[in-house]
Design a protein around this ligand. Structure first.
Ligand SMILES: NC(=O)c1ccc[n+]([C@@H]2O[C@H](COP(=O)([O-])OP(=O)(O)OC[C@H]3O[C@@H](n4cnc5c(N)ncnc54)[C@H](OP(=O)(O)O)[C@@H]3O)[C@@H](O)[C@H]2O)c1
Length: 334
């Protein structure tokens, strides 16, 4: 008999990587849709760095996942039973369906996808939340314009790779920071960045100076910590820092030191703004039209890292994000 394989949060994690005992993974009965609902057979569960924050208690932009609740996650799948007027069997959809194989939805914030533009898994990646994050963060928060030098950290990942490629489409100089020679090679040879900086190779400051001879106008900050500290003194007057993520702190076991070079925010009159992709939700359709067009025209390359192992592999696969084990948009085939 078909069962719903599901991961429920049962314990809050200690600081550090996520540990398996935080989740109970079990088979449950496949739920039946009620009136106005449909059931999705999930195929790809999106693994996102924010998940580490969602399972912590405390103030954030969304309430934490409750103990006993199905782990929150975006996923992409196919409608397999429907009592909803707008969704029919066979529709391919993306939504917050959780870490499970079968989910019930009433259609709230569910998006139908167009497989003609890109395959299903791309709609949780470049044509989903990470793509929208890159688009709005770079163009709205970072206000990147032609001729700017844009630096992005975690540059080979889901968001970062798109930031560099969109920056190039907009006539900017794109500089990516990533860990290791293979990721840095791919940034230049595959994604078209102008320069790449390997933060694991040492002397980040000298590498940034070489990569950004005219200074930095926009920092798309995904990492924080030492990387942000190396960028701050190299920002040009009136530069923008779009704080998208601070992944170096997500699994830290002690409070990281504050930015040492914060004085450059003052002396260079920088604008530093955090943002969450949902802040721009009313403009998602415009952004998706642009992103979809670029993908279809072959102007935007989507690097995807799809892992096998199903729901049972959730914790181990998630942790790859915090150790640099992924290369591109990470998802789990379920
Ligand atoms: N604000 C928003 O709405 C929003 C939405 C989506 C994502 N984000 C943020 O965007 C960032 C990237 O997310 P993503 O989904 O695209 O993940 P990703 O970049 O595909 O994967 C994470 C990457 O971060 C790098 N990393 C991990 N720990 C690091 C450390 N201590 N120092 C330097 N680099 C480290 C690793 O690459 P290396 O091998 O290069 O180290 C890893 O591959 C995250 O900070 C995430 O929280 C924000």
């Amino acid at each position: 008999m078909t069962m719903n394989r599901v991961a429920r949060l049962v314990k809050r994690p200690a600081p550090g990587l996520v540990t398996p005992e935080c989740f109970e993974i079990a088979d449950e009965a496949v739920p039946e849709p009620g009136d106005g609902e449909f059931r999705v057979r999930a195929e790809y569960v999106s693994l996102d760095p924010a998940m580490r924050g969602w399972i912590n208690e405390g103030k954030s932009y969304v309430p934490p996942v409750s103990l006993g609740e199905v782990m929150r996650a975006f996923s992409a799948g196919t409608v397999e039973a429907s009592r909803h007027p707008d969704f029919k069997e066979g529709d391919q959809v993306v939504g917050l369906f959780g870490v499970q194989t079968h989910a019930i939805s009433d259609g709230t914030r569910v998006q139908k996808v167009d497989p003609e533009i890109a395959p299903l898994q791309s709609w949780i990646g470049g044509l989903g939340m990470p793509g929208l994050t890159a688009y709005f963060g770079l163009l709205r928060v970072g206000a990147a314009k032609e001729g700017d030098t844009v630096v992005v950290s975690a540059a080979s990942g889901a968001v970062g790779s798109l930031v560099g490629q969109i920056a190039k489409l907009k006539g900017c100089r794109a500089v990516g920071i990533a860990g290791g020679p293979e990721k840095c090679r791919a940034l230049i040879e595959e994604d078209g960045f102008d320069a790449a900086v390997d933060y694991k190779a040492g002397d980040l400051g000298a590498q940034l100076d070489a990569a950004c001879p005219n200074g930095i106008d926009v920092d798309f900050e995904n990492v924080g910590g030492d990387i942000l500290d190396a960028i701050l003194p190299r920002m040009n007057p009136f530069g923008r820092i779009a704080v998208c993520g601070l992944i170096s702190a997500y699994t830290a076991t002690s409070l990281p030191p504050g930015p040492k070079n914060i004085r450059f925010v003052l002396t260079m009159r920088l604008k530093m703004q955090g943002f969450i992709v949902f802040d721009f939700a009313e403009d998602n359709a415009t952004a998706l039209a642009d992103l979809g067009q670029w993908v279809k025209a072959g102007k935007l390359r989507l690097r995807e890292d799809v892992r096998e192992g199903g729901v049972d592999a959730f914790v181990d696969t998630l942790n790859l994000l915090y150790t640099g084990g992924n290369f591109g948009k990470l998802s789990l085939k379920v």
